[in-house]
Design a binder for this molecule. Structure first.
Ligand code: ZN
Ligand code: ZN
Length: 351
């Protein structure tokens, strides 16, 4: 099969790999029908996170169950499934508390499972899925989604679940004013999630016309293109002299965290989901003085998918609009370039 391998920063290749097979009774093999490049894939691509050896990459995919181990009870060959961005057991205290990203048996795509067997990356033609019963979510009643549905289902792997996590942590809801920092796929999904939770006034911070258009479609009522102090001043002006009740930080740099914190009113809530990479720090004394609460972190996508899936299937939300480019898997290197250079919001790869 063909699979995407990162060799070094900027060096993405699509190569031949052995077709995966069931190794353990709790495995399933999934034939990937759509995968994609994530903003967080750009950290190793840019060398911000090291790549020590050639590594299979990609952690967002949907596909069809092709074979199952003898211990699988909840899945059948032919099922359409969504893979959350990490593997989880569903039975440990962390999973039972809904924090599947801290599972005692946690494993990642392209890494090793907790028995030491290697796991395929998501940007390939097929994947051996460990702990498949508890990791995968079956899409009920559908085996051949149309293009629009396929895109929306794929966002549940990560970006829509992550936007939802940010909105929950920021306590977005009816009567709350919301600011979203970051206009990547997660930020845009954060706008959609805030709207879905009932927020009426949603300010998206974005400088790109194409991203602003999707933000508006997803429920943003205002766009702020300014950054830094000018951006804070513009938010304050739009909200009648106060800052926002709920702020979603969807980037992960020091600048974006500072921007988010400076847009939050005293007593407000900040939800952060950008992978911290730029040296951002939490100013504890400022939080003490202002009573701002901070929450968030890595989104437990597996916990959120069933609830979000219901809204995707009945057409309430259409997060798949964040995919503005579709490319064949063979062009994965170009997909990374397009994302890195911000020519694409999010690229879907077809196997
Ligand atoms: Zn991702
Ligand atoms: Zn677990």
């Amino acid at each position: 099969m063909r699979a995407t391998i990162i060799h070094a920063p900027g060096d993405i290749r699509v190569e031949d790999r052995d077709y995966p097979t069931v190794q353990l009774p709790t495995d399933a093999v999934v034939k990937v029908t759509a995968s994609c490049v994530c903003g967080s894939d750009l950290w190793p691509y840019r060398g911000v996170r090291p790549t020590r050896r050639p590594t299979a990459i990609g952690h967002e995919f949907i596909g069809t169950v092709e074979s199952i181990g003898s211990g699988i009870i909840g899945l059948a060959v032919g099922d359409l499934v969504i893979a959350p961005f990490v593997i989880s057991c569903g039975a440990c205290p962390q999973c039972l508390n809904g924090v599947t990203v801290a599972c005692d048996h946690l494993a990642g795509w392209g890494g090793k499972d907790d028995t030491g067997l290697s796991v395929d990356g998501g940007q390939g033609q097929a994947v051996r899925v460990p702990l498949a019963d508890s990791t995968l979510v079956k899409v009920p009643g559908i085996t051949e989604p149309d293009d629009a549905l396929r895109k929306s289902l794929l966002t549940l792997s990560d970006v829509m679940a992550t936007g939802h996590h940010a909105a929950l942590a920021a306590k977005a809801g009816p009567g709350r004013t919301v600011v979203v920092v970051g206009d990547g796929a997660v930020g845009l999904c954060g706008v959609l999630a805030a709207k879905r939770l009932g927020a009426e006034r949603i300010i998206a911070m974005s400088r790109h016309a194409d991203r602003q258009a999707i933000a508006r479609e997803f429920g943003a009522t205002d766009i702020v293109a300014e950054r830094g102090d000018d951006g804070v001043a513009r938010v304050r002006e739009l909200l009648g002299g106060v800052l926002a009740d709920s702020v979603l930080e969807c980037v992960g740099t020091k600048e974006s965290m500072d921007q988010a914190l400076n847009c939050t009113r005293p007593g407000g809530a900040l939800g952060f989901v950008g992978v911290p990479t730029g040296g951002s720090e939490v100013p504890l004394r400022y939080l003490f003085d202002t009573n701002i609460s901070i929450g968030g972190g890595m989104a437990p996508a597996r916990t959120y998918i069933p609830e979000l899936l219901a809204d995707v299937l009945d057409g309430t939300i259409n997060p798949g609009r964040v995919f503005d480019v579709v490319m064949p898997l063979e062009e994965a290197a170009e997909a990374y370039r397009a994302m890195d250079e911000r020519r694409a919001i999010k690229v879907l790869l077809t196997p």
